[in-house]
Design a protein around this ligand. Structure first.
Ligand SMILES: [Fe+2]
Ligand SMILES: [Fe+2]
Length: 143
C-alpha cells in the first residue's frame, strides 16, 4: 500500500537488533500494525477491524514471550525489567480490548498511533540494548 499513505509504520535498518529471528518478528509486527491501519483507512467493518486488531495483539504476546525466553537464555541482566515493560503494555492493550469488546471503544487511529509509538521507542531503546549486550557477549567469547 505504498504511495497511498496507509503505512503507519515503516521498517528501517535502525530497528535491527542484530538477531535475525527477532528482526523478522519485529517486521511482522510492523506489517500487522499496518494491516490494522489499512483496514481502518479503507473503512472495513467493525468485525474485520476487531479481528485484525486481535491478531496483532496475539502476535505481540507471542513475540514478547519469545523475547523474554531469549533474554533469560542469553543471561541478559535486564531480563526481568524488560519483561515488566512488556507486561505493562499488554495490560494497557488488554484494557483497550475489554472496552472494545464491550462496545465502549472502537479500534482507533489514536490506539494505533499509541502502539506504533510504543513499538518504535521500545525497539529502538530497549530491544537494541539487549542486542548490544548479546553481540558484546559473543565478541568476548570469540576473543
Ligand atoms: Fe522487547
Ligand atoms: Fe521486541
Amino acid at each position: 500500500m505504498e504511495g497511498f499513505g496507509m503505512s503507519l509504520m515503516v521498517w528501517k535498518e535502525e530497528y535491527s537488533v542484530g538477531l535475525k529471528d527477532i528482526d523478522k518478528q519485529h517486521m511482522k509486527l510492523i506489517e500487522m500494525v499496518n494491516e490494522v491501519h489499512e483496514a481502518m483507512a479503507v473503512g472495513k467493518s467493525k468485525d474485520v477491524l476487531d479481528q485484525v486488531f486481535e491478531e496483532l495483539v496475539d502476535y505481540t504476546k507471542t513475540h514478547f514471550t519469545y523475547e523474554e525466553n531469549l533474554l533469560i537464555k542469553i543471561g541478559y541482566p535486564g531480563a526481568s525489567a524488560h519483561k515488566g515493560m512488556h507486561a505493562e503494555l499488554v495490560g494497557k492493550v488488554f484494557s483497550y480490548k475489554q472496552r472494545i469488546d464491550k462496545g465502549e471503544l472502537g479500534v482507533s487511529i489514536d490506539i494505533m498511533k499509541f502502539l506504533r509509538n510504543w513499538l518504535n521507542d521500545h525497539i529502538l531503546i530497549e530491544d537494541k540494548k539487549y542486542g548490544r549486550f548479546y553481540s558484546e557477549k559473543n565478541m568476548k567469547a570469540a576473543s
